[in-house]
Design a protein around this ligand. Structure first.
Ligand code: BGN
Length: 279
């Protein structure tokens, strides 16, 4: 029973929403690229999405309050496909949610982990979010039962991705899409800020969780199926090995505790809150 694993944001009450997804069967997969694209303004209007990409069900009391944080740079068409697909997906789950796109300014190499920290910090300023989903824009959850809310343990959501032939490549993989409560995230001091360039930041985050005694959880491989939108492979950073080697010394001093950045611009766009940050 999925309810037993979930960490509710609000206590159940009369007319609490269910997290059932209208009887669609788990085996029924979505193929995002077959979905027609709609103009963002028209889509927001049709689906009742508020400026900044916020929505909550009106006919029942939601059980989950979620901020979805997407680090971003230069992936415009993927972002459009993602938004087009994800809003109906999240609405079917009856979540109280808001989507944040954290774009990194040009110049420095991409720092996925630090953008997550920025997303957490900015989201926390506007609402007391209980649960955070940290994920890449190129990952499309294919199964409507993959609930975009938090579990009692930190959860690795994207354990079954088409590009890995729907297999988990190694047990310590904690990249792609993850779900943590605010408390869990704060307990590990968030992500490390030092991982510029591709690779290793998720492995570092996993060892932070382990060092604090967290066990992680995953839903079954059928539920956790993701489709990765295609793009050129990034070349891995050379600094990632050194950063990983001395990461344990930095758990307390590198993360939310020393987070520094500048917000260069921000907008409430029809389907998401956009924040341009210099990190
Ligand atoms: C690993 C990367 C992860 C990445 C996964 C899946 C490193 C650290 C050096 C061992 N880790 O190899 O960051 O999420 O592959 O692509 O590169």
């Amino acid at each position: 029973n999925i309810y037993d694993e979930m960490e509710r944001s609000y206590p159940p009450r009369d007319n609490s929403c269910t997290i059932s997804v209208n009887g669609r069967r788990s085996s029924q997969l979505f193929y995002p690229e077959e979905h027609p694209r709609e103009d963002p303004v028209a889509m927001a209007r049709r689906l009742g999405i508020l400026p900044g990409g916020q929505w909550k069900p009106l006919n029942c009391h939601p059980l989950f309050n979620v901020a979805i944080i997407l680090p971003y740079r230069n992936r415009q068409s993927q972002l459009a496909v993602f938004m087009n697909y994800i809003h109906p997906f999240l609405q079917a789950q009856n979540l109280d949610y808001r989507i944040f796109v954290i774009e990194q300014s040009p110049m420095r190499e991409f720092n996925r982990a630090k953008l997550f920290n920025v997303g957490y910090a900015e989201a926390t300023k506007v609402n007391d979010f209980h649960c955070f989903i940290f994920q890449d824009v190129d990952l499309i959850p294919q199964n409507p039962d993959n609930i975009y809310a938090c579990t009692k343990m930190p959860r690795h959501m994207s354990s079954s991705v088409n590009t890995f032939r729907y297999n988990l490549p190694y047990t310590g993989l904690f990249g792609g899409a993850i779900a943590l409560t605010r408390k869990q995230f704060e307990r590990v001091n968030g992500f490390s800020n030092v991982f510029y360039g591709w690779g290793g930041e998720d492995d570092d985050f996993y060892s932070r969780l382990q060092s604090r005694g967290f066990q992680i959880t995953r839903f079954g491989p059928d539920v956790a199926q993701y489709y990765m939108l295609t793009h050129k492979k990034e070349s891995p950073s050379t600094a990632r090995f050194a950063n990983l080697e001395n990461s344990a010394r930095r758990y307390d001093t590198d993360g939310l505790s020393n987070l520094e950045y500048r917000v260069l611009n921000h907008q409430l766009r029809p389907l998401y809150s956009w924040i341009l940050a210099d990190v």
